[in-house]
Design a protein around this ligand. Sequence first.
Ligand code: SF4
Length: 176
Amino acid sequence: MKLRLAGITKESVVDGPGIRVVIYAQGCPHGCAGCQNPETHDPKGGKLFDIEQVLQMILAVPIAQGVTFSGGEPFAQAEAFAELGRILKLHELDIITYTGYVWETLTNSSSASWNDLLSLTTLLIDGPFFENERDPALAFRGSRNQRIIDVAQSLQHNKPVVINDTYDSRKDARLL
Ligand code: SF4
């Protein structure tokens, strides 16, 4: 199975807690006005990678504490991202997934691959980017409508458990 990717960042500190490898999915159906990564929208753009190839690039960054699936839209390639995610879990790397879909859309879907990718994700940052809600002070997200969701807690309680405040206050503390 292959992943179509826009790129990989080996050491990021802005795409979730800790030092993370970021895998950028190529292809996005959401078309948010003001998107920072319009080059990731074309589902035929980017480059195809074998999952094993992507895994080796991730494991070549021993300092990484986790992996972030960003985009583009990772859920547009959910089967392949879930496959990669299963292997990353075996290597004890946690997964953060960005999506332009909201939690409610993902959890109301009958797609097995969406469910797989969701359940492998530790934190989900959900929702499209809204230019009129843009806030550069937010931790790990671009606009105020987007939520940092604790996936395990949310699945257990059958509703999104939003933990934005935890990360925003941590960011504030660093800035003081
Ligand atoms: S979901 Fe993300 S990548 Fe897709 S258009 Fe919106 S901001 Fe851009």
